[in-house]
Design a protein around this ligand. Structure first.
Ligand code: DON
Length: 570
């Protein structure tokens, strides 16, 4: 981490000098083509390097995004993978295009509303979290193919090369990987092929030992050769379906054949003149983020003391997450009043229910108060070039190592995203999130997500950011956006001490040392319940400052990622 920080600072200085030179040349009337530079921040150094490797071969930022996504699927198998899904938010400068590639998993055709309920009608968490019933139909491979074919310069086979190499030759595992392995070990060890890949004779592998994934390399090669058909049809598809069915899952060949990504219009909003572009449904991220910002726009956060500021942010979070639980789900299946939820007048109404002297009484909040669990994982990366082309991608298999099962012969670890549906009305999922009919299970429906890949921009700066963290993703992106609004840098956004409220459970979660004793006491006196938690999130952020033509980048110190800026030789 320290070394990546060093590199980052060096690069920023370099870009500063380069832009000074350009400025001098421009006022003396000389014209010069600006050197191409790109910033990448991802959760793993090898993934960041994979992106630059592809850029140096003539790739654009979208090819780099394919390379980074695929590399993360190999070197951070706890967080995302071919067996999962995610959202890629893109901006293309030449035609000012903003688009979101929705590669979210879908419920299999044989799924039904009550599939996780026991005889008493209560949800069985074991089924929605562990094993084959927990796995939605993956969207990640289709997303990679689409991103490469529609937006890239290079063949998919080229952009997948670094990932194939990492899978074949292996990579040294780090502390974070070990920690997440031990968190899911009891599930991983139940399935011998999964244990053979990820454990060392049933034990946790040593730090820096090489993890090789030969079957995964073969699956990636099929994808490289045949595109979408290489995963969703033919030998890989047969192996996936056989494995899932053998373990009691519902997938069929038809499910795989029918899977398609969807290009969706991102949601957009503004906060004090700053433009926000973020994930649309089936992710709740953009809507909840914009709704919370709209509520906060009714008060001057800079003019109030720090405790009132935190209180107001928490109250905005509570109201926005409340609407998440009530209204949000897959718009291919249900109607959602999106325009109302992100409307400024609507937010004004909500903001009029906020008092500075006390929190909204808990009686206002209904439903379950099940606790969220700790130690989650997903992944995010951000890329921007000095023309402003950019990608924010948040990718997931849900819990660390997903459902904890590799489909035999494929190296593909299956997701447990089915738990992101509301298994029963108002029953909490693995993140304590509740929902109702809007997010009920139905065949081919996409489960509601909190992933929030986001662009934030003012007249000078364009930021690309996001993070893993389950339900807390949205509040982390909110805090980072407010820090952007305060004029701070990516290094500051990723460092912000985090606190979170998601309506239910009715408490503020805060990081260790995230709130001072005085703040805790004052917030309690306003009626808040508080709960300390471990440090969470793994934010990856990049920024282009257009007026100085300077790139900057930062990787969350809570993780082991790499943020880097590099000149690309043309
Ligand atoms: O889509 C979602 O909202 C979740 N499946 C994301 C999971 C996650 O971020 C886990 N991270 N720590």
């Amino acid at each position: 981490m320290l070394s990546s920080f060093g590199k980052q600072i060096k690069s920023v200085k370099y870009t500063g000098l380069a832009s000074l030179l350009l400025f001098v040349l421009s006022i003396t009337g000389c014209s010069i083509k600006q050197p191409r530079q790109v910033a990448i921040a991802s959760a793993h150094p090898l993934a960041t390097q994979a992106g630059f490797e592809i850029l140096q071969q003539g790739g654009n930022v979208y090819d780099a995004a394919v390379a980074v996504s695929a590399a993360l699927a190999v070197v951070e198998p706890s967080g995302s993978g071919l067996g999962g899904g995610g959202f890629w938010l893109l901006h293309r400068e030449s035609d000012d295009l903003d688009i979101m590639i929705d590669g979210r998993e879908k419920a299999p055709l044989a799924a039904h509303k009550d599939m996780f309920l026991n005889a008493q009608g209560e949800p069985n968490k074991q089924l929605s979290l562990n094993g084959m019933l927990a796995a939605g139909i993956p969207g990640m491979p289709a997303g990679l193919v689409h991103l490469s074919e529609k937006y890239g310069n290079l063949p998919l086979a080229t952009s997948l090369q670094p990932a194939i190499r990492y899978a074949e030759q292996g990579f040294p595992i780090g502390t974070r990987h070990q920690k997440l392995l031990s968190f899911r070990r009891n599930i991983l060890e139940q399935h011998s092929e999964t244990a053979d890949i990820f454990l060392a004779n049933g034990q946790l592998p040593a730090k820096n030992s090489l993890l090789k994934q030969a079957d995964l390399a073969q699956t990636l090669k099929q994808l490289a050769e045949k595109g979408q058909a290489g995963f969703y049809q033919g030998s890989v598809a047969h192996k996936l379906v056989n494995a899932v069915q053998q373990e009691g899952g519902l997938w069929t060949l038809e499910d795989l054949l029918k899977y398609q990504i969807v290009e969706r219009q991102p949601v957009s909003g503004s906060y004090q003149g700053i433009k926000i572009t973020s994930a649309s449904l089936p992710s709740s991220g953009g809507i909840v983020l914009i709704e919370a910002l709209n509520i906060l726009e009714n008060t001057d956060l800079e003019a109030v003391d720090d405790i009132t500021r935190k209180h107001l942010i928490v109250e905005a979070m509570r109201r926005a997450y409340h609407d998440r639980a009530l209204y949000l789900g897959d718009t291919d299946f249900i109607d959602v009043p999106v325009e109302r939820l992100i409307n400024k007048h609507y937010a004004q109404g909500l903001s009029s229910t906020i008092r500075t002297d006390k929190t909204l009484p808990k009686e206002y909040l209904t439903g379950h108060t099940q606790e969220e669990q700790g130690g989650r994982n997903t992944t995010h990366f951000s890329i921007i070039d000095n023309e402003g082309n950019r990608v924010a991608a948040t990718l997931s298999i849900n819990f660390p190592f997903g459902a904890g099962l590799v489909a035999s012969g494929t190296g593909v670890l299956l997701n447990n995203e089915m738990d992101d549906f509301a298994s029963a009305k108002n029953s909490a999922n693995g993140y304590g999130l509740v929902g109702g009919d809007a997010n009920a299970i139905a065949p081919e429906k996409r489960m509601l997500s909190s992933m929030t890949p986001t662009f934030v921009q003012d007249n000078e700066r364009i930021a690309v950011l996001g993070t893993p963290g389950g339900s807390r993703i949205i509040s982390m992106v909110l805090l980072a956006t407010l820090d952007f609004a305060a004029g701070n840098s990516p290094e500051s956004w990723v460092k912000v001490k985090r606190f979170h409220h998601q309506y239910i459970p009715n408490h503020i979660l805060y990081e260790k040392q995230g709130l001072s004793t005085e703040e805790i006491i004052s917030l309690q006196s306003l009626g808040h319940h508080l709960k300390q938690t471990y440090n969470y999130g793994n934010m990856q952020a990049v920024q282009l400052n257009k007026s100085t033509n300077t790139l900057s980048a930062a990787s969350d110190h809570r993780g082991e990622g790499l943020a880097k800026i590099q000149q690309i030789n043309e």
